[in-house]
Write a protein that binds this ligand. Structure first.
Ligand SMILES: Cc1cc2nc3c(=O)[nH]c(=O)nc-3n(C[C@H](O)[C@H](O)[C@H](O)COP(=O)(O)OP(=O)(O)OC[C@H]3O[C@@H](n4cnc5c(N)ncnc54)[C@H](O)[C@@H]3O)c2cc1C
Length: 394
């Protein structure tokens, strides 16, 4: 008999898991308290690459990019192949050494990553400033997406495979036995929803909590502590890119992470999208500032002027929440009988979501899992510091 599974969260990970579960014949219902992609996924920068130095991460990212390429062109989702460059500036020996050390490890796992001379970078992307670079590397199995277009595609694919997608339905978790209590704010898509204000308990064989920054609260209210901290990061967009060149003509710059400057940028429409601004303090997932800070905008403008010579005309600046764990690996798998979790992606959740959702589905079906990501490796009581997500590891 088919398993009955609830997925909590309509972000990139939850919709992928719902799709993979439905495809494999599971009776699956996805609950999203707002709209699909309303959480961090809809606020992400859409930088995707497979350049990870750890073998498990590299394997996951390889699968993720493979799937993004497969899905590209369906619905509004498109994966635009764009190289990813990361660099350390002269004088920043610590990060320069880290890049020198990472690249051979990435290559040993089959990743298309290579150290690159500043002159070669300059020849390929003249708009990129390279005269201050000590070490740079380029990963070619990389691309940029509009992340908000991915969950609607996967939710629709899940629906076509038989899943029920219920939006505007906030759930709380019951752990023993697995189930959810739903509170609907509107009639659900795809049938099965309840009227506004109704509260209903529904039993499932398994519940996957993929609720992003809300995951810790949902689990702890069901009596399950997890070692997880939400933290705030920021991004902005600009009108116009380097030298006034339109990115639609082919990007004037690669996706770039200036490790010394601690910021990233990517082509975005006719302009750029850039970000950093990690607050290394725990955020309240119900009370955080959604707009970008003035200080963030100012430092990004300096960074963009420095790296790509752009006097940025900022069109939007926003914040979102990421989730940190003590060892910076995800929490992905079974936590208690029938209670599964998928979170803790340290700012790299979108780029791996198409694989991580699949792994979560397989774990629920008893087909696998990733031991390094086993969520029971922590008790939930651990003290730990938040370490910036998109950093160059030391
Ligand atoms: C500014 C910014 C830039 C980023 N850039 C990148 C990037 O370039 N590349 C990258 O890989 N990652 C990036 N990230 C990280 C990425 O956004 C996340 O890791 C990823 O989107 C997490 O997806 P998710 O599905 O786990 O969570 P989410 O997208 O947050 O989805 C969780 C969903 O659960 C729903 N929910 C919560 N509580 C409940 C409840 N009780 N009942 C029902 N539903 C509930 C929420 O409404 C939400 O829609 C960035 C993040 C930010 C904020």
């Amino acid at each position: 008999m088919a398993k009955h599974v609830a997925v909590v969260g309509g972000g990139a990970v939850g919709t992928t898991a719902a799709y993979d579960l439905a495809e494999r014949g599971t009776d699956v219902t996805l609950f999203e308290r707002e709209e699909i992609a309303a959480g961090s996924t809809g606020r992400a920068a859409g930088i995707v690459y497979d350049a990870f130095a750890d073998s498990v991460d590299a394997r996951v990212a390889d699968r993720a990019v493979e799937r993004f390429r497969e899905f590209s062109g369906e619905g509004d989702f498109s994966f635009e192949v764009t190289p990813y460059v990361w660099l350390a500036r002269e004088g920043d020996e610590r990060r320069a050494d880290a890049i020198r050390e990472q690249v051979p490890r990435m290559r040993s796992h089959g990743r298309d990553a290579a150290l690159v001379d500043p002159e070669e970078l300059s020849a390929e992307w003249p708009a990129l400033r390279t005269d201050d670079i000590a070490v740079a590397a380029v990963a070619r199995n990389a691309g940029r997406v509009r992340p908000e277009t991915y969950p609607p595609l996967l939710a629709e694919k899940a629906r076509q495979a038989g899943a029920r997608i219920e939006t505007g339905v906030e759930v709380s978790l019951t752990a023993d036995p697995p189930g959810v209590t739903t509170r609907s704010s509107k009639t659900a898509q795809g049938g099965g929803g309840s009227a506004e204000g109704d509260s209903e308990h529904r039993a499932f064989d398994a519940v996957l909590v993929a609720a992003g920054a809300q995951t810790k609260r949902i689990l702890s209210e069901a009596g399950i502590p997890v070692a997880l901290k939400p933290y705030r990061v920021q991004a902005l967009t600009t009108a116009g890119g380097p030298s006034g060149r339109s990115n639609e003509d082919g990007p004037a710059v690669p996706m770039t992470y200036d490790a010394t400057g601690e910021f990233y940028l990517r082509p975005y429409g006719d302009g750029l999208l850039a970000g950093d601004g990690t607050e290394e303090v725990e955020s309240d997932p119900d009370d955080w500032k959604r707009d970008g800070d003035d200080a963030f905008v100012s430092s990004m403008r300096d960074g963009l002027a420095h790296r790509v010579g752009v006097d940025a005309d900022v069109t939007d600046a926003w914040a979102g929440l990421c989730t940190a764990t003590p060892d910076r690996n995800p929490l992905l798998g079974e936590l208690r009988d029938g209670i599964y979790v998928a979170t803790g992606f340290q700012g790299h959740g979108f780029m791996r979501s198409s694989a991580l959702g699949e792994v979560a589905a397989e774990a629920i079906l008893g087909e696998g899992g990733i031991p390094d990501y086993d969520p029971t490796r922590f008790t939930g009581d651990e003290e730990f510091d938040i370490v910036e997500g998109m950093t160059v590891s030391e």
